[in-house]
Design a protein around this ligand. Structure first.
Ligand code: NAD
Length: 284
């Protein structure tokens, strides 16, 4: 079998087109655009690129926004104060604090202060709790994007065996809950999992979110499985690679996301989608 590639770029484009339409409808009905404010602390190079991309993407779909840049030595109190100011503004529907924050700032202490209705990254305790309880709320963008990819290829997780490798709060845990909500039988594997190969080889859906190139071996993939590779690893050759041994996995999987161009483009698209959702929820 040669796997069909899941075209994350094309699917993200489709999501952005939907968002653009909904953002325009919102603006027409409420006299203002949905608003997304991004807080960036310090000079982390990757974060600067992400934030710039978010800024551009927002503009293109008709979401108003600003990036608030604070110096690397900004105090935790200053970051919290900014978050509180944004919480209080009526024209702000979404607040995103770009991670990682500098070491002297407790990221949880900042995220905990974001109004749950504006927590479009879905990382705060209220939205995370709602996800676990299966109640409506903002879902973290990358996991949300993964679910959309499954929907787009017509993969219904109901009754399927899903293995998620990686248990971060950002990706692994939320995607495991989203799959569970859609009635998959979910195994959450991590760095202490024994015999990862045996665990992965039973999976109809494999999600790899670790950050180790080719950790998931092609020979582990069950023939006909769907493979979502969240990993982004820059190698010495300057190219990006996923967490899955791509070519070998292609021989066995039915569908697989390439890296780059698979899961990656979905993250910003889902952030924009969450922002428009937040805008509509806030106006009731
Ligand atoms: P993280 O470092 O927070 O978590 C990694 C997880 O992998 C941990 O839960 C750990 O237990 C697990 N792990 C580590 N070594 C392992 C091993 N040998 N076997 C099994 N599990 C192991 O990382 P994260 O934030 O969840 O990100 C994971 C990857 O996804 C990274 O490459 C990151 O760059 C990428 N990522 C991509 C996007 C996107 O938009 N595509 C978004 C977020 C993260």
């Amino acid at each position: 079998m040669t796997a069909q590639l899941i075209d994350g770029k094309a699917i993200a484009k489709k999501v952005r087109a939907e968002v653009k339409l909904r953002a325009a409808e919102f603006a027409a009905a409420h006299g203002r655009k949905p608003g997304l404010e991004v807080v960036l602390v310090g000079n982390d190079a990757a974060s600067q690129v992400y934030v710039r991309n978010k800024e551009r993407a927002s503009e293109k779909v008709g979401i108003r926004g600003a990036v608030h840049r604070l110096p690397a030595d900004a105090s935790q109190a200053a970051v919290v104060e900014l978050v509180e100011q944004l919480n209080a503004r009526d024209d702000v529907d979404g607040i995103l604090v770009q991670l990682p924050l500098p070491g002297h700032i407790d990221a949880n202490a900042v995220i905990d202060r974001i109004d749950a209705a504006k927590d479009v990254d879905g990382l705060g305790p209220q939205n995370a709790g709602k996800l676990v309880l299966g109640r409506p709320g903002h879902r973290p963008c990358t996991p949300h994007g993964c679910m959309r990819l499954l929907d787009e290829i017509g993969c219904d997780p109901k009754g399927l065996s899903a293995v998620v490798v990686g248990r971060s709060n950002l990706v692994g845990k939320p995607i495991a809950h989203l799959l569970l909500q859609r009635h998959a039988t979910v195994t959450l594997a991590h760095s202490r999992t024994r015999d990862l190969g045996a665990v992965v080889s039973g999976a109809d859906i494999v999600v790899a979110a670790v950050g180790v190139r080719a950790l998931v071996r092609g020979e582990w993939i069950k023939p006909g499985a769907v493979v979502l590779d969240v990993g982004i690893n820059r190698a010495d050759d300057g190219k990006l690679y996923g967490d899955v041994e791509f070519e070998a996995a292609c021989e066995r999987a039915a569908h697989i996301t390439p890296v780059p161009g698979g899961v990656g483009p979905m993250t910003i698209a889902m952030l924009l989608s969450n922002t428009v959702d937040a805008a509509y929820r806030r106006v009731g």
